[in-house]
Write a protein that binds this ligand. Sequence first.
Ligand code: SF4
Ligand code: SF4
Length: 85
Amino acid sequence: MKSVIKYSVDSSCNLCGICEKICPSDTIKIKDNKVVWQKDANCYYCFACFNACPNQSILIDDRYTDKKGRYIHPGISIKDLISQK
Ligand code: SF4
Ligand code: SF4
């Protein structure tokens, strides 16, 4: 199923690559210095990308914007999440 959610990245993105590494469906690729959600990939809607971005750069539709908070369980590191892909 193709993603019906519109993801975008604001100017605070520093291309750190965490979203690409953490995405369990390999939907996100960094190409030509841009974060791209591939249209033919199967996003699981886990929102790991949104919550793990260290700069809160990822926006989802008009529901999850820079005004909303992000959450990562304090007992799990970003490194742990990436290693469990
Ligand atoms: S995790 Fe955030 S700052 Fe890093 S590349 Fe992705 S959108 Fe940009
Ligand atoms: S919501 Fe989950 S599966 Fe979809 S792009 Fe973000 S990290 Fe990948």
